[in-house]
Design a protein around this ligand. Sequence first.
Ligand SMILES: *Cc1c(COP(=O)(O)O)cnc(C)c1O
Length: 427
Amino acid sequence: MNYYSLHHKSPNTSFKNAVIQGLAKDRGIYFPENITPLSKDFIANITEYTNHEIAYEAIKQFVGDEIPTEKLKEIIKETISFDFPLVKVDDNIASLELFHGPTMAFKDVGAKFMAQCLAYFNKDNEEEVTVLVATSGDTGGAVANGFLGAKGVNVVILYPSGKVSNVQEKQLTTLGQNITALEVDGVFDDCQEMVKTAFLDEDIKRTLTSANSINIARWLPQMFYFFFAYKELQKTNKELVFSVPSGNFGNICAGIMAQKLGLPIKHFVASTNINDTVPNYLVAGVYSPKPSKATISNAMDVGNPSNFIRIRELFNNDLEALKSAFSSYSFSDEETRETMKKIYGDSGYVADPHGAVGYLGLKKYNLQANEFGVFLETAHPVKFLDVVEETLPVKVAIPVQIQKVINNKKVAIKVASYEDLKAFLMK
Ligand SMILES: *Cc1c(COP(=O)(O)O)cnc(C)c1O
């Protein structure tokens, strides 16, 4: 499968090149040339397939013959090594828990898949690849874990100082080996901007690639769990509405890809915190990115969501078509905390702030009798321990994955400007 740049000024390229480059030379992100729906039989009989088989069917056209079938199946098996349970929290609403992986965030899926694709493509290469990634919280940990020990791959993670949770910080600053954490004096958008600048800087001779959701190998596997949820919910005979807590809009964009592949999804709700660039766009019809603002759902503190351009492409840049299948609502921290309390009071379910924003999106959408709502619970409550424990009368038990890193010593290099990053990369 070939990919084109959404800035349309770079030549189309293979899956392999798109994975290695991350971003096209014209700074556009890549998009597949074709999207062919899966067979109706497959969708109708989805309950007869294992999750590994479903994932293979969903992704194979996007990889094409660039990874041999058996190898791709192996990569999928390594990636999908944990469950994605649906937990009912209301009569017509369930939480799709994506946090049972090694770093307890949904990004484990994309990070693991990408790490293995890159390791495969780089296996005969003498030169090391540097994965350069900006994180607003969870990406860093998932990427660090997914790439830890990967041969021939160095990982450099930029994160905004003081704007990620303690657990998140530990997950990305304590692993050592081929992982380096850079603590940036700034917000997430500064980190992301520095990464983008480094990619275009001809003075840097290292081979750089990104592991943000702009990378197709991070983004596309996120389709899988929409299929898994559908497999479980098909029997309800209700139309499905997914609410996705959104920051860079990669996760929800993968859901729309799943829909393009023929998965029967009625509607998408992109739920955001007060970083409301997309909700505003749907109302005003003008896309005006803004600097990000800090919130208690900090993995979504993004003022200029990098995947939104892919969503527009999926709807042929037709705003009316987009609006008929996609809504986006913004919620304050206060509403988020109230909702965490409400969900806990009604059902005993402990939602993290991101999940609570997702739940709020379904409430605002206002589900009809023939509809069933699923919100993606994108992180385990322990990842946002302070917020959860100050909002709810609970003590969150620390899962083993977290116990392993929480008492390790943080090691990070401070970075104040792009020049600091450049100096580091030129060493
Ligand atoms: C990354 C992240 C999000 C946002 O996902 P996008 O694909 O960037 O929209 C939401 N919640 C959590 C916990 C995350 O880590």
